[in-house]
Design a protein around this ligand. Structure first.
Ligand SMILES: [Zn+2]
Length: 96
């Protein structure tokens, strides 16, 4: 059975899906040029959990999230680590 590496891969997959949920809920919008997910202050974080649960109950996350708890944990982590205040690549271009 899987070791650390598989667990890490599974987690990254879950985080990717979580970012997708967050974007689908419009809690973040992707930079048009770079795809960087940027926090949308107009939409409450709770929307991401709502959208995630709706998708989960429609069976959209088979093999990704086995429970609502797993999904909400991943969304929470993604909001902390994967969603940015602004697009770093755009900021860099503006500086140049
Ligand atoms: Zn950008």
């Amino acid at each position: 059975m899987g070791g650390w590496k598989d667990l890490e891969e599974e987690r990254l997959t879950q985080l990717n899906y979580a970012v997708g949920i967050i974007v689908a809920a419009k809690v973040a919008v992707r930079c048009e040029a770079h795809g960087t997910p940027i926090r949308n202050p107009d939409v409450d974080e709770k929307e991401a959990y709502k959208v995630g649960n709706a998708k989960l109950s429609r069976g959209e996350f088979k093999g990704i999230f086995t429970s609502s708890r797993q999904m909400t944990d991943a969304v929470k982590d993604a909001l902390d680590d994967q969603i940015y205040e602004s697009c770093g690549l755009c900021d860099k271009m503006l500086e140049d």
